[in-house]
Design a protein around this ligand. Structure first.
Ligand code: GDP
Length: 440
């Protein structure tokens, strides 16, 4: 996410960090580079200019030139300004209605349908809501089907009327259906077009007027940069929406839309989409995003994701198994699956401060555990629970079955062995055992 921008800002600050004595000229050079980095990220010229002007004023106000670490102070000022530019505090969606109606708007291909599913899944699993998804795209039967597929995947009911060509009616009927069937959130997915056109705007404005949603969200593909900002403006002029959803941030190396959209439409970014899977949704926190843009990682989000996956019951069971030497490959597999639920590897690594930059050129597969899983799936249940019986003959069979090499099987066995030893040490009087293991 935002790799290019992070890189360029890092280089800009390098100017300040590298000099023994800081002068007006160094600061001006740094700001020029910051502005260039923002322009390259597809941030609008005026926004970039105003941004650097504000940073400059603050830098003068805080006497950057006389502080011990001017580089760090500049990074802090830029971070605060970036946070402010992206919206200040995080804002949630309004769920005060009964049912709460959420209207989704945006161009075709922006990720509207996918996000409708993600939001329904988020509200169901994290906020204990009972959402109903509504298919209001009357032009593309495929869009209705797509929403049904999504609904099935996350176990959320989808309301549609394939024969009805009146989206206002469909939405109104869906809300009636929700009221009489105990749904407390209604998410209405509407038709999009490839570009802004009057007919689409009229249609969604009519739906908006008829159902009076608590929340109108505008979905936009962040990779489209300034186009995203212009489209947001067109929709906002017509719908006066409540918040923006930025999708496909996982593929956005520049970040221009994330940085400029708030100041153009004066509406907060509420959620971001970071992948195609239903779990790839995050609340948008301007300050955490600023940290990530400046290459400082995002430990808070990383810990939160780990906590979400932490299951106390499972952890206790695992502890018992380790104590009894019964930790097997099935347990190993379920650990991997838990890590995978936290998100794709590239994204996770990016949240570790400094790691994103350090591993910038290292190819990290989205599915880094593919081979490990294949190897374990090729083992018999007995082998998985008693790995000690895996001899060289079995290893050859496992390698063949999983399409890997015997060395890869050996490597996994070794890692598994080391992990077992380490867990055992952490369990019993950790310090004592650790000393013994180290020969102390
Ligand atoms: P709609 O026409 O606005 O309803 O868009 P869709 O929901 O059909 O999404 C269009 C394409 O973008 C699909 O292939 C989605 O899988 C993909 N997509 C949606 N959100 C994301 C995201 O956050 N990240 C990535 N990488 N792909 C996404």
């Amino acid at each position: 996410m935002f790799d290019n921008l992070t890189d360029k800002l890092d280089k800009a600050f390098h100017i300040l960090k590298g000099h023994g004595k800081i002068t007006d000229v160094n600061v001006a050079d740094t700001l020029k580079e910051v502005r260039r980095a923002l322009l390259d990220a597809d941030v609008n010229f005026k926004i970039a200019k105003d941004f650097t002007t504000r940073v400059k004023e603050k830098a003068i106000g805080e006497n950057v030139l006389t502080t011990l670490q001017p580089g760090q102070l500049m990074v802090k000022i830029v971070k605060d300004e970036l946070t402010e530019l992206m919206g200040g505090d995080a804002e949630g969606v309004n769920l005060s209605g009964n049912p709460s109606v959420i209207l989704m708007s945006g161009l075709q291909g922006s990720g509207k349908t996918t996000f409708s599913g993600k939001l329904a899944n988020f509200l169901k699993t994290k906020k204990n809501k009972k959402p109903l998804l509504v298919a209001c795209d009357i032009y593309r039967p495929a869009a209705i089907n797509q929403l049904h597929v999504v609904g099935e995947q996350i176990g959320v009911e989808v309301y549609s009327e394939p024969e009805n060509k009146n989206p206002v009616e469909i939405a109104q009927n869906a809300i009636k259906h929700a009221k009489s069937n105990g749904f407390n959130v209604v998410i209405v997915d509407t038709a999009g077009r490839l570009a802004v056109d009057e007919e689409m705007m009229n249609e969604i404005a009519n739906v908006h007027k008829a159902i009076q949603p608590q929340e109108t969200l505008f979905v936009v593909d962040s990779m489209t940069g300034q186009d995203a900002v212009n489209t947001a403006k067109a929709f906002n002029d017509r719908l006066n929406f409540d918040g923006v959803i930025l999708t496909k941030l996982d593929g956005d190396t520049r970040g221009g839309a994330a940085i400029s959209i708030k100041s153009v439409v004066n509406k907060p970014i509420k959620f971001i989409g970071t992948g195609e899977k239903m779990e790839a949704i995050d609340v948008f926190y301007p300050s955490r995003m600023a940290d990530r843009i400046l290459g400082m990682g995002d430990v808070v989000s990383l810990v939160e994701r780990a906590q979400e996956q932490y299951d106390e019951e499972e952890a206790r069971k695992l502890q018992k198994k380790i104590a009894k030497n019964e930790f097997g490959f099935d347990d190993f597999l379920s650990q991997i699956q838990q890590i995978k639920k936290m998100g794709n590897m590239k994204d996770l690594v990016g949240m570790i401060p400094g790691a994103g930059k350090a591993l910038k050129d290292v190819e990290i597969e989205d599915d880094a555990f593919k081979h490990v899983e294949a190897i374990i799936y090729s083992m018999t249940p007995e082998e998985r629970s008693k790995p000690t019986i895996i001899d060289s003959k079995r290893k050859i069979r496992i390698a063949k079955g999983s399409g890997t090499k015997v060395e890869q099987v050996n490597q996994l066995m070794k890692q598994f062995d080391q992990m077992g030893k380490m867990m055992k040490m952490m369990q019993g009087g950790a310090g004592k055992n650790l000393m013994r293991a180290m020969g102390g």
